[in-house]
Design a protein around this ligand. Sequence first.
Ligand SMILES: Cc1cc2nc3c(=O)[nH]c(=O)nc-3n(C[C@H](O)[C@H](O)[C@H](O)COP(=O)(O)OP(=O)(O)OC[C@H]3O[C@@H](n4cnc5c(N)ncnc54)[C@H](O)[C@@H]3O)c2cc1C
Length: 431
Amino acid sequence: MAEKYYFSIPDTEVPRIVIIGGGFAGLKMARSLRSAPYQVVLIDKNNYHQFQPLFYQVAMSGLEPSSIVFPLRKAFQKQKQFYFRNAEVIKIDSGLNEVQTDRGWLAYDYLIIAIGADTNFFGNQMIADHALPMKSVSEALYLRNKILEDLESALNIRDYEERQSWIDIVIVGGGPTGVEVAGALAEMRKYILPKDYKELNPKEIDIHLIEAGPSLLAGMSELSGQKAEEFLLDMGVLVKKNTQVTSYDGKTVTMKDGSVIQSRKLIWAAGVSGNKISGLPADVIVRGNRIKVDTFCKVEGSDNIYAIGDIASMVSEAYPNAHPQVAQVALQQGQLLAKNLIRKSNGQTEKPFKYVDKGSMATIGKNKAVADLPFMKLNGFFAWLIWLAVHLLSLIGVKNKLLVFLNWIINYLTYDPSLRLIIRPRVPKKV
Ligand SMILES: Cc1cc2nc3c(=O)[nH]c(=O)nc-3n(C[C@H](O)[C@H](O)[C@H](O)COP(=O)(O)OP(=O)(O)OC[C@H]3O[C@@H](n4cnc5c(N)ncnc54)[C@H](O)[C@@H]3O)c2cc1C
């Protein structure tokens, strides 16, 4: 048997907390353990934190990718007793208290699983093979390239029907991501295409938003769903509700009722499923591939393994279907678990998790957003201003905040960002 290769991280007198995932939950937790009596090791398969709520603006050429990601090492430059490892965790060995990664093994005293979720294609392999997901900054960049490349191709196609399939876009899923993408595409069609692609007729570009349920923004209030739909219809988006997409082969989108749309782009924003990690007992993996935890975020049946954020499923009276998979839950769980482990080290009692819902929002376009706040529901300009402020303040890093703010001002004033670049990664020839 091959010898186990261990990470070279010094042993210390204090217990070691290993956090898998530097997303909203893992990053918050690691930062909240600053000066705690623990050694903290953060492992992530990427060497950066991603701000997922603004992926769609990267895909729509509105923001640079570097302004919504943040290097994880930089985030912890000043934190003592902290180590980062860029590796993918493959397996947990709970008997030995060790994790296996693609770069070696590591022992833990406490293990925190904060691996988030990935796109859910609901087992439809054909859709998975051809649709465009948006669950990472690289997928958002790929989508940006694809939109721009297809417009370039369309310019040289004389046949009307054939050209349509290159310029029409289908978005599946009427949640916040689908609604935001549809709105941003409609604005791109109105303000950018007439300047950049004068030979194309913007009126010929169809943007379809397809939702399986009876309303848009199902997780928000009825009023917000209706308002979002009104905004989108007003912007010329073709909204189809109660419609299920059953297959897509890269050219033809087929619906359950037999209707079809010809499009070379199907953006899939119809749901997420927890990322997989092996080694946990099968009975703790529940609906949506989430990990069953108690009110202290502890994985059922374990003493020292916890799960937080999108991957965790904590069922309570208030949340019988577990918490929504949103940033606030991840942040609050990350913070509470850090505080609880500090309490534990001081011999104090740990506190159960209680989610403080600060509301939800979605933006449809300039001056158009909907917001369900704890004290009121807003739509239009004021909701949009709140959306801008909340997203700006939530970004990691002062430089990122400034860059995004500057970009937004320029985009608002000129309606003409200059990021419509087709940048294809190129693998160098072997020497
Ligand atoms: C397009 C989009 C828009 C969204 N918009 C909003 C919004 O407007 N408001 C809102 O509240 N929420 C929004 N969300 C949801 C929000 O982003 C998530 O709820 C949040 O990111 C969950 O945080 P997390 O820490 O659980 O997981 P993530 O933030 O997904 O972090 C998981 C981390 O784990 C790492 N990882 C995964 N597997 C492994 C492994 N095996 N080994 C090592 N590392 C691993 C990943 O690289 C990643 O860094 C949006 C999500 C998407 C995709």
